[in-house]
Write a protein that binds this ligand. Structure first.
Ligand SMILES: [Zn+2]
Length: 430
């Protein structure tokens, strides 16, 4: 069943993101900068929750993983060795009249889509973002922002090995920004020139590649459904055929997701063979002591886009119900876990008690405080940003020490003792 493109839904998500402070157009007061976006106060919480969950699951809770955080700008020889300087290109044609440039595969016929002018032959255009390091702007000072986080894990392989004394199989993980001078960015935060990745390079012996690939396929599926809350029916695996894979990859699976603008890539899983370590190390960098041999480990690479994760999570969570808009985020991903309200703004004893509860909860959770309008409006406002629990302090609270806790999804209320609130919320943070 093919899902239809829902541009109206996409517009609503973009509008909510701006209105409630998830994601703003970048540099907006200066007219913006094409396809750049800033994560606002709620967006950064959501994004950090995804990154922290990923780091916890794939690095801290595993025995076979370590993390790094490498520099964004690396020695240009890294990109020579990896093949990016030569091969990380798109074919571009240029209009002889208006000089606009287009990706060759996206132009129909041989006329300029903007003015109808004649187009040049295709030239290879490198997608790496270039800059100068230091005070002199010449060829020697040209450097590149990394187009992927992966190369740092290969370049640092020996340092990690020497300092952690790992044995195969083991992985190196990293979360960080990467930059690509894309010709055709678009679809909100789906394709931008500056983006963030969560990547793992998992080092193995060659004979183990098939079962390791399978292990990571299951791990990635579980991450998408169990941690992000994406529905299985919206996730599709595309086994990338021969000829369309990167030349070094023997097998690649794209995980595609049904975004409101159509089925597009979310994550990738690739078997990169020993291509990368062979590029960077003249001698085999790993010694198998038991077998008494030196070898180049092979690599399985699970790659997760951070911004695409955010977009998929928002697309999945956005629901319009009879009289409310609600983000049904997994509670662990929600920017605020709980909101605290005094029933009435003009009763100092209620406000004081609510402030007290608020400050106490803030020690353990991200918490919102709201005393504007009536309770219904406050619920509506929190539903729209996905806050799983709202706590109201009323006159009974002052007598009995309990509060009303309202559940976002069930829209049911129950009375909970203030002293049990922390445990109650913790127990529901799935
Ligand atoms: Zn033109």
């Amino acid at each position: 069943m093919k899902k239809e493109v829902n541009s109206e839904l996409m517009d609503k998500i973009v509008s909510l993101c701006k209105r409630r402070g998830f994601i703003f157009p970048g540099s907006e007061i200066y007219g913006g900068l094409a396809n750049s976006f800033d994560y606002g106060p709620l967006g950064v919480e959501l994004k950090n929750n995804i990154k922290n969950l990923w780091w916890k699951r794939f690095v801290q809770q595993r025995d076979d993983m370590v993390g790094i955080d490498a520099a964004l700008i690396m020695n240009t020889r890294v990109w020579q060795a990896s093949g990016h300087l030569e091969n990380f290109t798109d074919p571009l044609v240029e209009c002889k009249k208006c000089h606009h440039r287009f990706r060759k595969d996206l132009v129909e016929g041989n006329k300029c889509p903007d003015c109808g002018g004649e187009l040049t032959e295709a030239k290879q255009f490198n997608l790496m973002l270039k800059t100068f390091l230091g005070p002199v702007e010449n060829d020697e000072s040209i450097v590149y922002f990394r187009p992927e986080t992966a190369q740092a894990m290969f370049v640092d392989f020996k340092n990690v090995l020497d300092t952690t004394r790992r044995k195969l199989p083991f992985g190196i993980a990293q979360i960080g920004k990467a930059f690509r001078n894309e010709i055709t960015p678009g679809n909100f935060i789906f394709r931008t020139r500056e983006f963030e990745q969560m990547e793992i390079e998992y080092f193995i012996k060659e004979k183990d590649w098939k079962e390791t690939f399978e292990m990571w396929r299951k791990e990635m599926q579980s991450w998408m459904t169990d941690e992000l809350g994406l529905k299985e029916k919206d996730i599709h695996e595309l086994d990338v055929p021969d000829g369309e894979r990167a030349h070094y990859s023997k097998k690649t699976i794209d995980f595609e997701y049904d975004y409101p603008f159509g089925k597009k890539e979310l994550y990738g899983l690739a078997y990169r063979t020993d291509f990368d370590l062979k590029n960077h190390f003249k001698e085999p960098p790993y010694e198998d002591v038991e077998a008494g041999e030196k070898l180049y480990p092979h690599v399985i690479e699970p790659s997760f886009g951070v911004d695409r994760s955010v977009l998929a999570v928002l697309s999945e969570a956005y629901k319009e119900e009879e009289d409310r808009v609600v983000l049904k985020l997994k509670p662990r991903l929600a920017p605020y876990k709980v909101a605290v309200f005094p029933l009435l703004k003009n009763k100092p004893e209620l406000v004081k008690k609510a402030q007290e509860v608020y400050h106490n909860l803030k020690k353990d959770f991200s918490v919102a405080f709201d005393d504007r309008g009536n309770i219904g409006k406050r619920y509506y406002s929190q539903d729209e940003i996905g806050t799983p629990f709202c706590v109201t302090i009323d006159f009974d609270t002052l007598e009995n020490g309990d509060v009303t806790v309202r559940d976002r999804d069930a829209m049911k209320q129950e009375r909970i003792k203030i002293k049990d609130l922390r445990e109650f919320i913790n127990g529901k943070l799935i």
